[in-house]
Design a protein around this ligand. Structure first.
Ligand SMILES: Cc1cc2nc3c(=O)[nH]c(=O)nc-3n(C[C@H](O)[C@H](O)[C@H](O)COP(=O)(O)OP(=O)(O)OC[C@H]3O[C@@H](n4cnc5c(N)ncnc54)[C@H](O)[C@@H]3O)c2cc1C
Length: 497
């Protein structure tokens, strides 16, 4: 079993001290910039507005489309999610957003899942819950109960964040945040592999290979050596009680910008330069749109896009002493192909498509498999009469694969097809490509949101980071150090009114 040794590399993380905050004149910041209008950046704009009030100007820069990794593609005038698609019922920030924004939950359409090993289905969901449970027990013993209890315990601890944030507490690093929720256990979970943790828990190797591994492949395109924390998030996302936003998840982002009364600037930030030091440093953002370069000075900046080299945001940091080091590690390529066509059920051992009962196919880590998952998908708008297409009909499928599908691979999976739309994502961190967790504070007034993805990448994680950064920026600006990195928060929030 591969064991990951993590070392904390980020010596440039800005550590808070009283001397950092000398004279405080009580004036609010006048201008705040957020770079990136994905769920992280737009949620940050929303929370910044809540905390800093109506006077401050909030500019949000976006070089492509609002939504970032929340995006849709169109097939026959219907939109389908090509990026982040499912949300857990206990993701309370996302829940809160859709309520505040007047959005609706998208109805879920029932469908059965099976696990394919390259030759046959090794696990098939039936119409009978009890039969499924019995089969799980028969094949894997009590592994699935152990797993369920483990995931529930982690989720219960993770939920503490909502209480802490509601009480206004902030954290200056991802480590501090995780530690406040689950102590050193949570930090260790970002350093050791999922398989190691599960084996220790008494989950069988067979269960890991046949159930856990397919779930990691569909959710993160990676294997069971990913860290246990992100593994647990992925397993929570494989449970029931999942939802999505009617009309598309990206609607949350555009509506948050409106609610925050933020100015959307459709332009690529090319540099962030330190302009003045002192108690309240200022930063100059230069951005470029249609070959026109413009510069503007800000009091606070939130970078809400991954800064890893292979993501290529095109931002250079200037005037910082010492230089801000490059973020190590890389983002993982996952290709989402949205295919309109006829599934080749024979490939899966069902010559008669009418008898093919599954809507989602997960895969094991078999070397000959060229795809991670294939699923019949529903549009982002579901009308009351909607029904999922049967396998003998032309339907819309989403296939996740590590590389774009070759023609022969498409021909293997589909008897014929009308269209193929490919989104080649740098989807989430390539876990294990670096060690340690990136910093939140890049400089006195400059923050980085996407470090949290190295604990786990998900819409809710970006939203949690957004709330944390808004609180952190607010407390640091107002010199309220007692609200940052406090210990024993469980006790504190219980005794506070
Ligand atoms: C295929 C796929 C499936 C996923 N499935 C799920 C799921 O089911 N559930 C879930 O919770 N999560 C899922 N995720 C993860 C989730 O989508 C991400 O964690 C989340 O959307 C990240 O949001 P973000 O705002 O932090 O980053 P991003 O969405 O990447 O936003 C960053 C934004 O910054 C912009 N930008 C970059 N550089 C610049 C610049 N120089 N100037 C201006 N703008 C710039 C980018 O264009 C982008 O819009 C999935 C992701 C992918 C790709």
């Amino acid at each position: 079993m591969r064991q990951f040794m993590y070392v904390f590399l980020f010596s440039f993380v800005h550590v808070l001290s009283e001397s950092d905050f000398a004279k405080f004149d009580g004036a609010p910041p006048s201008k705040i910039a957020v770079v990136g209008a994905g769920i992280g950046g737009t949620a940050t704009a929303h929370f910044l507005r809540q905390h800093f009030g109506p006077e401050v100007r909030i500019d949000v820069f976006e070089k492509n489309s609002v939504g970032g990794r929340l995006a849709t593609v169109s097939v026959n005038n219907q939109e389908y999610e090509s990026g982040g698609s499912i949300i857990h019922s206990l993701n309370l920030h996302m829940q809160d957003f859709i309520q505040q924004l007047g959005l609706k939950y998208r109805k879920s359409v029932a469908g059965k899942t099976a696990v394919f090993n390259g030759e046959e289905f090794i696990l098939e969901e039936t119409d009978w819950y009890l039969l499924d449970l019995f089969r799980l027990w028969w094949r894997y013993g009590i592994s699935f109960i152990r797993l369920q209890m483990w995931v529930e315990e982690i989720m219960e601890k993770f939920m503490r964040i909502y209480k802490y944030q509601a009480h206004g507490y902030a954290f200056s690093s991802v480590e501090e945040l995780l530690h406040s929720l689950g102590g050193s256990g949570f930090i260790n979970m970002t350093r050791r592999s999922l398989s190691e943790s599960l084996l220790e828990l008494g989950v069988s190797q067979r269960f890991i290979d046949e159930i856990i591994s397919p779930i990691m492949r569909v959710n993160y395109g990676q294997n069971i050596s990913i860290p246990a924390f992100v593994g647990a998030v992925s397993l929570a996302g494989a449970q029931a009680n999942l939802w999505a936003v009617e009309g598309g998840n990206k609607l949350v982002c555009s509506r948050l910008l409106k609610l925050a009364k933020a100015n959307l600037i459709q332009s690529q930030v090319t540099s962030i330069e330190l302009r003045s030091m002192g108690d309240y440093p200022q930063y100059e953002i230069t951005h470029s749109s249609q070959d026109k370069k413009t510069s503007e000075v800000y009091d606070i900046i939130v970078v809400a896009t991954p800064l890893q080299q292979n993501v290529d945001t095109g931002i250079s940091f200037q005037g910082f002493e010492p230089d801000l080091p490059e973020m190590p590690g890389s983002y993982h390529q996952t290709v989402a192909s949205i295919i309109h066509g006829y599934l080749n059920c024979s490939y899966f051992g069902y010559p008669d498509p009418k008898l093919f009962p599954f809507s989602s196919i997960l895969t094991t880590d078999a070397s000959e498999l060229f795809f991670n998952s294939a699923a019949s998908i529903c549009p982002v708008n579901i009308t009351s009469g909607f029904r999922r297409k049967q396998p003998q009909e032309a339907g819309v499928y989403k296939v996740f694969s590590p590389k774009p599908l070759e023609k022969n691979e498409l021909k293997t999976l589909f008897k014929s097809y009308y269209s193929v739309q490919v989104t080649d994502w740098l989807a989430y961190p390539h876990y294990g490509s670096t060690q340690g967790l990136p910093p939140v504070v890049l400089h006195d007034g400059m923050y980085y949101l996407n470090g949290i993805e190295w604990a786990a990448s998900a819409m809710e994680m970006s939203s949690v980071a957004a709330k944390n950064i808004a609180l952190l920026a607010y407390h640091r600006w107002n010199r309220q150090l007692e609200m940052i990195d406090q210990k024993d928060l469980m006790h504190k929030v219980k005794t506070e009114l």
